[in-house]
Design a protein. Structure first.
Length: 116
């Protein structure tokens, strides 16, 4: 059974940091490109960051460049999103996604709220 379980969300003040984790099971994690998306209320889901199978290629949305870092540990079947210098506009539900050719799996999401 395929599972992607996000954790690490919560309430943080502007300028603070959070580290999201996404633990994968039920598929060959190391073969999948992993992505983080987010969806704010009333907005469409947007791609935040992606990391290729070996971690050799990282990509970020312009809005998070220099503040967020995506990484993966294939030995632990886990992908991470380190979020620094958080802003209120980063408030959203964050989802991890696993993609390989025609297969695409999603987690249930974790809420990140940036507010004073």
């Amino acid at each position: 059974q395929v599972q992607l379980v996000e954790s690490g969300g919560g309430l943080v003040q502007p300028g603070g940091s959070l580290r999201l984790s996404c633990a994968a099971s039920g598929f060959t994690f190391s073969s999948y490109t992993m992505r983080w998306y987010r969806q704010a209320p009333g907005k469409e889901r947007e791609l935040v960051a992606s990391v290729t199978t070996t971690g050799g290629s990282l990509n970020y949305a312009d809005s998070v460049k220099g503040r967020f870092t995506v990484s993966r540990d294939n030995a632990k079947n886990t992908v991470y999103l380190q979020m620094n210098s958080l802003k209120p506009e980063d408030t959203a539900v964050y989802y991890c996604n696993a993609m390989f050719i025609w297969n695409s799996y999603w987690g249930q999401g974790t809420q990140v709220t940036v507010s004073s």
